[in-house]
Ligand binder design. Sequence first.
Ligand SMILES: Nc1ncnc2c1ncn2[C@@H]1O[C@H](COP(=O)(O)OP(=O)(O)OP(=O)(O)O)[C@@H](O)[C@H]1O
Length: 530
Amino acid sequence: MNNNDEITQPLSDSPTYRLLGTTVLAYRYIIPHDAKVFVGDVVKITDREKGYIFFAKVTDLSHYTNHDEPHWDTSTWGGPQPGPDQDVFIEVHATPLGFIDDKQKFRSIRTIPARFSEVMTPSADDFLFLKEVMGDIEVGEMRTGLGVIPDVKVGIPSKVLSQHMGVFATTGMGKSNFMKVFCISCMKQRTIGMLVVDPHGEYVEGRTERSGAQTRGLTDYLPGRDGLSIYSVRPKAECERFGMKELCLEHDDFQISDLGILYELSPLLWEIVESLDTFKGSDVIDFFINEGVDSLPSVTKVTAGIGRHPEMADVLRSANPGPLRMIQRRIESLVQSNQRFLGRLGSSIKSIIEELNEQKLVLIDIPGMSERSELFILSAITRKILHDRENAVNAPHPDGIVREPSQVLIVIEEAQRVLSAGGMSTQVFRECAMEGRKFGVGLCAITQQPKNIDSRILAQMNTFVEMGLSDKDDRQIIAGSAKQDLTPMDTEVQTLSKGEAVISTIGIPFPISTKIHLFQEYLDQLNRQE
Ligand SMILES: Nc1ncnc2c1ncn2[C@@H]1O[C@H](COP(=O)(O)OP(=O)(O)OP(=O)(O)O)[C@@H](O)[C@H]1O
């Protein structure tokens, strides 16, 4: 028998155990075979010798015994059977969250508690330190085991959001609910500008659930209404009802390379698109819609009378008419299908950017419009935001002071559409992922399939919200890309239910298990509070 792993008798009403084998990043201790402990529980470890208090999260449980006989529990005649409360225990594995030093400062884990330090359940006061490390964009409450820790709200720090955020969840696990909670917290805090394009119209006024229940929308958060600006394609009367502005994009907001985001382009078509990428969108549209490919000298076999766009005609002189006609049809279709908001002159993008700089949530409401319209609008606005900020950073600063730009977060739903590996077609979003942080522009990529996101882009993301992914490969990709080690939490991640998440962000020193607020309840609470 090996008697090292004895259970220390409880010192108080809350059972106290003793820390046993540990490394800096992995703790273990033994509890009675019938003690109630759950994966996800947070425990407090008091190292009286150094005067430090450590916090750790239970990551796994296993059966444990002191019996040396290897088959003691399955042998019928081999020897005496142990009584259940004598030598059989539960071994608890835990991962550290951090520690409070002798000056009461919370620190990331760099040392190890003394062997046999006391392990116990923390009291409500012990969790005060957690409040100090949380960020400002509240999204839920901290989970422990089966419940939540009262009064410890989980918030994502807005200051790290220009370093991109990923929201990963299988369908039905609560992405939409999370995003709406995140949105109203952004409206409340006004510490970051946020752009959301909503092709389903559900952010404005909610939606009808499968059960028939009607959910509410962002316009129902009345005290935070100043932090919300909506641009919509809905009829005027409806726009007035919700205080929305009319969405307008002009031909110059279009760039011919947008076609690569909206359609599959063959190499021949790409060649043409690239050759025209420096021309203004209004010229490209005017040429293809009003003059047409047949006006080109190479097509009509004449050399004179090449219309209002001689330079473009010159570039296209040697292009094959077949692919050129294909490009023309694509542009005609783009102009035709987006005529509800796309016109020759008059663009909302300037005021959208101003409102983002005022740290508002800007919602582009395009119910009933296609996925192509959604991506076109998103790419046009993203490109303008990036270029404006790039110009501002590179412009001379008369007083010699370089000011940090305000932060903007651009939300991309089903992000695998534009952030998958390979291809030049989604250049503007890749540029944003790779360079955006220099200009205070972050992406919030939402996807059910993280394995289909380019690994170089995942590596740029510093905030991960993981909400229950059924696919093992997806979970492994996330664990391998997060800046904090999520592998000890794999058991917990596998057992996440609807509305639960593990949030890992460089703004908080450890990954946090979170029960995301239910939007309706959080909305009521904010409306009441304010
Ligand atoms: N934090 C939460 N607390 C309680 N219930 C939740 C929570 N989040 C989501 N749910 C419930 O789960 C259901 C699905 O949520 P939601 O629509 O947000 O999921 P989703 O991942 O966006 O699904 P889909 O991909 O189908 O749009 C909702 O009906 C909601 O009631």
